[in-house]
Design a protein around this ligand. Structure first.
Ligand code: IMP
Length: 409
């Protein structure tokens, strides 16, 4: 069975935690897009792991993890991460594989990424990890794939700077490289988890273009970049926070404004530790945007929503969520393509009663306060999608799963 996990907002929704949770019952975990721009935090007891490239399932002994075709891989960042894991006692030998069709982030692409950002009239706020340039080179048919650098004849055609950069990694990469299509076909009876990076609204096609990343972080990316056909996907999980965050620039209709929302931005940022895993930048924070979430559900065939960070609202008297936009006096119920509309619309919000107590210790969904359940019920009705998982803290134990996700519906 194939389960796809994607972020349903602008990234940082807590995918690492749910992937880690599902990884316990997975045989193989495939990451299908992005590169070292992503940041996944996994907490197991006292241990905190911050991963950028390697799929988070690697923390589990015995699981195979794959860096898929849709990824862009910086060999230096990859081996820094793998060395860090080994140093912390995680033996990954034979368990980390890379698609021969994934693209290589060359050293100079990172430089070009930063230069291109500097030249933009409206900077995107890239992470500077060479992601956009590598995908651009790929689309331009000038990219270098992981499989290519194992062939001397191809390496010989590269510039000296690129050859020097790649040299220390070629023989280390060789045993990791695999053709994922036959590999996954041979393993089709197993439990396979497809782990997305970033979020739907940062997807190159579905997201708030041009303020997006350059990969396919939507569910379709699991097929394109994960080595399976679209009909082989059995379930799509969309992870979202009880509020919304965004790192980098671009429209964010529900972003808290000091004049309208007081100190909410600071409050959520501090309680929720909303600072970027990759760049350390403070994340922009705002209300839950149900218009955007419904758009994510529709464009990705999300079967189950996964609600995270619900506990961040524990001390709130009331909670608001956005249910429509208003632009030039007219209500808009759909998520528009126009950056101008998204940047200049007003919000129509609905207010919910807070629960005013700590929910981190609620073991089961039934134990949640009625106010929290009301909030969840409204989200389900609005998006026409079930909230099947609720997370109320960082620990694996603080996860309420309302249905067996590995059973086909
Ligand atoms: P790039 O992917 O580094 O080119 O950055 C493009 C945009 O995507 C910037 O606004 C980044 O802040 C954002 N971005 C990239 N990766 C992530 C992520 O994993 N989480 C959240 N935002 C991201």
């Amino acid at each position: 069975m194939n389960i796809v996990v994607i972020g349903a907002q602008w990234g940082d929704e807590g995918k690492g935690k749910i992937v880690d949770y599902l990884a316990a019952e997975s045989d193989i975990i495939v990451r299908f897009s992005g590169g070292a721009n992503a940041g996944h935090t996994i907490v197991t007891g006292e241990e905190v792991y911050k991963l950028h490239l390697v799929p988070s399932g690697v923390i589990y002994p015995g699981k195979t993890v794959i860096l898929g075709t849709g990824m862009v891989v910086d060999p230096k960042a990859l081996f820094d991460e793998l060395d860090m894991l080994r140093g912390r006692g995680i033996d990954w030998t034979g368990r980390v594989l890379i698609s021969d069709r994934a693209h290589v982030v060359l050293q100079r692409y990172k430089r070009l990424d930063t230069e291109a950002e500097g030249r933009r009239r409206n900077p995107i706020g890239t992470t500077g990890r060479g992601i956009g340039i590598t995908y651009a080179m790929k689309a331009h048919r000038e990219g270098v794939r992981i499989g290519d650098i194992l062939e001397e004849s191809v390496v010989a055609t590269l510039d000296e700077e690129d050859r020097d950069f790649l040299k220390p990694y070629i023989e280390r990469l060789r045993p990791l490289v695999v053709d994922i299509a036959p590999y996954l076909a041979a393993n089709r009876t197993k439990h396979i988890l497809y782990e997305g990076a970033q979020g739907v609204l940062l997807d190159l096609d579905v997201g708030t273009y041009p303020y997006v990343s350059s990969g396919y972080s939507a569910a379709a990316g699991a097929s394109l970049g994960g080595g399976i056909g679209p009909r082989a996907i059995d379930r799509v999980l969309g992870v979202f926070k009880a509020y919304t965050t965004r790192v980098g620039n671009g429209p964010f209709p529900t972003e808290f404004r000091d004049d309208r929302d007081g100190d909410l931005a600071t409050k959520i940022r501090e309680i929720g530790h909303e600072y970027g895993t990759t760049t350390g930048r403070p994340r922009r924070c705002g209300y839950l945007d149900l218009v955007a979430l419904r758009y994510a559900c529709r464009t990705n065939s999300i079967d189950s929503l996964v609600l995270t960070h619900l506990d961040i609202y524990d001390s709130f008297e009331e909670i608001k969520a956005c249910v429509a936009y208003e632009y030039r006096g007219k209500p808009r119920s759909d998520f528009p393509a126009s950056i101008d509309v998204l940047s200049n619309c007003d919000l129509v919000t609905r207010t919910f009663k807070g629960w005013n107590r700590s929910i981190g210790g609620s073991g089961r969904y039934e134990d949640l306060p009625p106010e929290a359940k009301d909030y969840i019920r409204f989200i389900e009705e609005f998006t026409e999608t079930n909230v099947d998982v609720v997370s109320v803290g960082n620990d694996r134990k603080q996860t309420m799963v309302r249905r067996d996700l590995w059973t086909r519906s």
